[in-house]
Design a protein around this ligand. Structure first.
Ligand code: NAP
Length: 441
């Protein structure tokens, strides 16, 4: 790295190679001056980087994934090194990192699905989006998730964008996914799927959904799936909100988008995606696997959602809950409400910082992490004093027999996946086995 005799070079370890980690690295790169330089080591548990851009974003949303070009620019800037296939807590401890580096940034996200906490949730056929999404996205740890698609009806719980992704993946004509980077194992199963009806349930009204309007506006454009939203559900919501004065822009935009879906003439497709509101799941029934889910009917009273004693049930063989995430704890850190305990991104009395969903919980789009990380990195820099002696992580890993995937090794994996996709008209064919990826070194 180019540094003059007066420049101070600080070493920062960023744990987690997802959007929050890359944007933290970018923020540090942007804060460099001739007097202040950073050497950044990014550590990632998987053999591949990009986090949710690789294993979260829906395969039919390739445009969102183009942010990976920004990540690659950050990764090839001076002073940046990638260490994939290195797990904090197994190959290295947090204490080791905090001793070796001037600062450690935790960007490990929130990978555990929140539980519904209702009877029957443990039955076969009831799973979390936190398992289903990485399954169809070729995450090596989720290849063997049991996703029974031999049922004509699927139920998705939650009214957020993850529920929307999950519902689309189940309701789309699988041929539409042939040109995407959906994992081969999932694509094969989706082609055999018996599902023809997907029902999405929100516990509050249409005025309270966490979907965003661009996602809602895609729905009437689906060619092989008829999307149904009750016009009266939206009219009732409009009536409820009319007494509140001027509506927030996003609520108005969502209600407009849902009304458009409701009014769009249906094409008579066999595949159907239906949205239901004001219903909370209270029990999942079944002997050896999911057979039925019971909902309590909710109503809005004085602007508040209350559960009534009325119920109804839906016969189904698959329930996917998409009701938020919490962090998988890292030894040595304290967690509150599924997030790393922090003050403005600083883990108090330490040189540890936290960014992204591990810091603020699972909210916001990929770009939200950019401004969020920039603020935390400014705080980090303001707390730096004298640089510690240089460290060479690769030597330490070598001593321990840990084979890491460097930036150049990742570039080989990346190129190989893209090349495999080309003749098939896909953006890439993802490897799922760690050995295959490590074999390319
Ligand atoms: P989310 O936006 O917070 O939505 C969670 C949904 O689950 C809400 O509708 C919530 O209802 C519901 N819920 C929570 N607990 C429940 C329970 N016990 N029973 C029934 N419903 C329950 O979370 P997400 O969908 O996981 O998304 C996380 C973030 O990623 C969001 O910011 C999202 O926009 C973003 N994302 C973006 C995209 C995209 O840009 N295309 C794609 C995927 C995800 P209440 O509101 O009533 O609590």
């Amino acid at each position: 790295m180019v540094s003059n005799s007066k420049s101070r070079v600080f070493k920062v370890a960023i744990v987690g190679a997802g959007p929050a980690g890359y944007f933290a690295a970018q923020a540090l790169q942007n804060l460099q001056t001739p007097e202040l330089k950073f050497e950044i080591d990014m550590i990632e548990r998987l053999p591949t980087p990009w986090g949710l851009v690789r294993s979260g974003v829906a395969p039919d949303h390739p445009k969102i994934k183009t942010v990976s070009k920004v990540f690659e620019k950050i990764a090839t800037a001076e002073g940046f090194q990638l260490f994939c296939n290195v797990e904090l807590g197994k190959d290295l401890t947090l204490t080791e990192l905090t001793n070796l580096y001037d600062a450690v940034v935790i960007a490990t996200g929130t990978s555990r699905g929140r539980k519904l906490g209702i009877p029957g949730e443990e039955l076969r056929g009831s799973l979390s989006a936190a398992d289903f999404v990485p399954w169809y996205n070729a995450h090596p740890d989720y290849v063997d998730v049991d996703v029974p698609l031999d049922t004509d009806t699927a139920v998705v719980i939650g009214a957020g964008n993850v529920a929307m992704d999950v519902a689309r993946m189940l309701a789309l004509e699988p041929k539409e996914l042939d040109v995407t980077d959906t994992a081969n194992h999932a694509l094969a199963e989706l082609h055999k799927s018996a599902i023809r009806q997907v029902h999405v349930f929100g516990r509050r009204g249409p005025e309270h959904v966490a979907f965003t309007s661009p996602e809602l506006r895609e729905l009437p454009k689906l060619e092989h799936t008829d999307v149904e939203i009750g016009e009266c559900d939206i009219e009732d919501a409009l009536e409820r909100v009319s007494i509140q004065g001027e509506l927030p822009k996003d609520v108005k935009s969502n209600l407009d988008a849902m009304m458009l879906v409701a009014k769009t003439p249906k094409k008579g497709n066999e595949r159907k995606l239906n949205f239901h509101f004001l219903a909370s799941p209270i029990e999942i029934k079944g002997k050896d696997r999911v057979e039925e889910v019971v909902f309590a009917i909710n109503e809005v009273k004085d602007g508040k959602v209350v559960t009534t004693s009325d119920t109804y049930s839906v016969k189904t063989g698959l329930i996917i809950s998409a009701i938020g995430y919490e962090a998988d704890p890292i030894p040595g850190l304290t967690y509150v409400d599924g997030k790393v305990s922090n003050v403005d991104g600083h883990v108090e009395n330490s040189n540890v910082y936290v960014v992204g969903w591990a810091k603020r919980g699972p909210s916001g789009v990929i770009g939200t992490n950019k401004s969020d990380a920039a603020g935390v990195m400014e705080l980090l820099v303001s707390n730096l004093r004298e640089p510690k002696p240089k460290v060479e992580l690769s030597e330490k890993l070598q001593e321990r027999g840990v084979i890491h995937v460097s930036q150049s090794a990742w570039e080989k994996i990346n190129a190989s996946e893209v090349a495999a996709g080309e003749p098939l008209g896909k953006p890439r064919v993802k490897f799922v086995k760690r050995e295959e990826m490590l074999g390319l070194q």
